[in-house]
Design a protein around this ligand. Structure first.
Ligand code: F0G
Length: 471
């Protein structure tokens, strides 16, 4: 098998190849369950990869969330946990790291991203308001809806086309946004919910030019911008690589500049920040901070721990500094690109350009004979596990859920199966194995049939839904 030559990024770094800026000090054995075991596990899991025990998984690409390998420095930080109920020294380290790298004034810790989403949604949305954003994310939109808001997608149209090669497919369509503000009135807009990179669009970045223009537009109407900063370090790397004027700036500087155009951010630290649990909200308004700090004690924990242990906050503060190192983020994104280029070379349909955290297989193209109501992306995730023990997840009609007003399935244009790459966990050899497994499933795509849903939870159904093969 020939490996792809790195034409673009490798050349920019003046060398033919790249390698991770670390060596491995400790390993966790993994095993390949036999085919009989995989079949049994898949049936018991109702063909939903979320319901598989991890012991039955070989290479786990379900998510890049909370699955990173921590550094020796972070593990050392774990030993420095100050487990005081109030005022833990580790909280002050965290607060300082967020202020230093993201530039916001006030910080409230939370147990993970959705704790932060719950609070920002409850504080900033009143019933009947609209929340425009650059494509929905499952938990984000649910919290916006639970607060009485309606999410409106204002991402550029190119984001909905897996073959379009726009370098910043996460950009907001400013005309769409302005149309909505004018039509509904600025007072009906809760805030702009901006995410970088955009998970459901394939890990696609937002450009600096776009966020600058967005700031100007929002100032005109007095609308706030809150940022889902979950994968903003990866977004900053893409700006450095792709946007004019940023090639000589560090990822850390780009990240801080980007945040300066927004009014605050929430974070699932389980991604960029290289920890297994954690999150935060940071804002510039004292009044909003005060309200969030009041609320956090009800739902998460005291405002100096927000659901994390002192040791978690220490590992997190160290992770924040590591996450914006240029050599780290380069190797992280290049590993994803490596897998993507192998698949592209073999003619396998994936979302392009390759994003920052994951490969998204285009299940509609993979299985043109399976209708969206027969869950092609769910089918593909199940087939891939069955073939090789590689775990991925559905990001299509199941993830999109039902429209609360009509009760119908939401039918997203993108029907994708995501293979998210944990940070600092797998090697290039693992990526080769994954690519070959996808190829094997692709080669027998015509014999594959879809699924029917036999159990459907009310909210966030993709986590626990159960399926059976169509006979
Ligand atoms: N925002 C984005 C963009 C996310 O990707 C996630 C989680 C969250 C918010 C919620 O954060 O999980 O810490 O509560 N994404 C995970 C994933 C689950 O697999 O993409 P959380």
């Amino acid at each position: 098998m020939t490996k792809p030559a790195y034409k673009t990024m490798g050349q920019q770094f003046g060398r033919r190849s790249w390698a991770e800026p670390w060596k491995i000090k400790m390993v966790e054995p993994i095993r390949i369950p036999g085919r009989g075991q995989r079949k049994k596990a898949l049936i018991e899991a109702g063909y939903n990869t979320f319901l598989l025990p991890s012991e039955d998984v070989y290479i786990d690409l379900l998510t890049d969330s909370g699955t990173s390998a921590m550094s020796d420095r972070q593990w050392a930080g774990i030993m420095l946990g100050d487990e005081a109920y109030a005022g833990s020294r580790n909280f002050y380290h965290l607060e300082k790291a967020v202020q230093q790298y993201y530039g916001y004034r006030y910080v409230v810790p939370t147990h993970q991203g959705r704790g932060a989403e719950h609070m920002i949604s409850q504080q900033c949305i009143t019933k009947g308001q609209f929340v425009p954003g650059n494509m929905y994310f499952t938990t984000t939109r649910l919290h916006q809806e639970l607060a009485g808001g309606s999410f409106v997608d204002v991402i550029i149209g190119q984001a909905h086309d897996p073959t379009n090669l726009h370098p910043f497919k996460g950009d907001v369509d400013l005309d769409k946004l302005e149309y909505l503000i004018k039509k509904e009135g600025a007072e009906k807009i809760a805030y702009v919910s901006l995410a970088g990179t955009v998970n459901m669009a394939g890990g696609q970045p937002v450009s600096m030019a776009n966020v600058k223009a967005l700031r100007i537009l929002c100032n005109k109407y007095g609308v706030k911008i809150y940022l889902d900063a979950t994968r903003m370090a990866e977004n900053a790397y893409f700006i450095q690589q792709r946007e004019e004027g940023y090639a000589d700036k560090s990822v850390a500087d780009i990240l801080k500049e980007f945040c300066s155009y927004t009014d605050g951010a929430w974070m699932s630290a389980k991604k960029d920040h290289l920890v297994n649990i954690g999150g935060w909200i940071a804002v510039n308004s004292y009044d909003l901070f005060d309200a969030l700090r009041n609320m956090v004690v009800v739902f998460e924990g005291l405002h100096t721990y927000g659901g994390m242990a002192g040791r978690d906050m220490e590992a997190l503060s160290i992770g924040i500094a590591e996450s914006v190192q240029d050599d780290h983020i380069h190797a992280r994104v290049m590993q994803v690109q490596y897998l993507g280029e192998l698949l592209i070379d073999w003619g396998i349909p994936i979302m392009r350009p390759v994003g920052g955290h994951a490969i998204f297989l285009d299940a509609k193209c993979f299985y043109p004979h399976i209708s969206q109501d027969e869950f092609p992306a769910q089918t593909l995730a199940a087939e891939l596990y069955l073939d090789s023990g590689v775990r991925s997840m559905e990001r299509g009609i199941v993830s999109a859920g039902r429209d609360p007003a009509t009760g119908d399935h939401r039918r997203p244009a993108l029907e994708l199966t995501r293979l998210a790459i944990p940070r600092r966990v797998y090697t290039q050899a693992h990526m080769d194995v994954v690519a070959e497994a996808i190829k094997a499933v692709f080669d027998k795509r015509e014999q594959t049939r879809g699924l029917k849903m036999v159990y459907e939870p009310k909210v966030l159904r993709f986590f626990q839904a159960r399926f059976e093969p169509l006979s």
